[in-house]
Design a protein around this ligand. Sequence first.
Ligand SMILES: CC(C)(COP(=O)(O)OP(=O)(O)OC[C@H]1O[C@@H](n2cnc3c(N)ncnc32)[C@H](O)[C@@H]1OP(=O)(O)O)[C@@H](O)C(=O)NCCC(=O)NCCS
Length: 153
Amino acid sequence: MNQSTISIRLMTVDDFDAVVAIDAKVLQAPRPRYYEMKFEKLFNSNDYLPTSLVAEDDAKTVVGFVMGELYMGEYGIFQEEARLDTIGVDPQYRHQGLGERLINEFMDHLRQIGVKKVNTLVDWNDSKLIHFFSANRFRPSTTINLERSLDTG
Ligand SMILES: CC(C)(COP(=O)(O)OP(=O)(O)OC[C@H]1O[C@@H](n2cnc3c(N)ncnc32)[C@H](O)[C@@H]1OP(=O)(O)O)[C@@H](O)C(=O)NCCC(=O)NCCS
């Protein structure tokens, strides 16, 4: 697939099924409930600015997406840090630079509206995804995620 035939646009509520379908291919299990909650939060509330994007081919089939979260804050106070929540590219369209394009357009869009930093959480054991984010200029944060297991009391 020629990259020039893929266009990127803001995600809308109507992209729900396509996003769930790509995510199901990524994780090999559908999780519509998770996305119902996400779409509800991002599209039916005034607390979040639109940041999520989809990539579609010339037949308007969605082949990739990136979901972001940018909380407006109390009284509409704008936050300078946004989150890249999930990224997914249909396996048939991978390794053509689409993931990079999605990240770059996501960053450009956020930069234009005044965001200064984007964070994301990646599983330490998912070396491929860490490599992808590293290649796209994400670096480990100085904030670390602490946890305590409830198993041992
Ligand atoms: C990570 C992911 C988004 C990358 O998508 P992608 O479209 O393949 O990304 P890119 O094409 O930009 O880059 C992937 C690789 O293809 C290579 N590539 C890019 N364009 C290329 C081209 N024209 N020819 C050959 N290779 C190319 C890149 O160099 C990169 O190589 P690397 O793996 O050595 O870094 C995709 O693999 C995915 O959806 N993975 C699952 C993500 C996931 O788990 N999401 C849930 C939690 S966030």
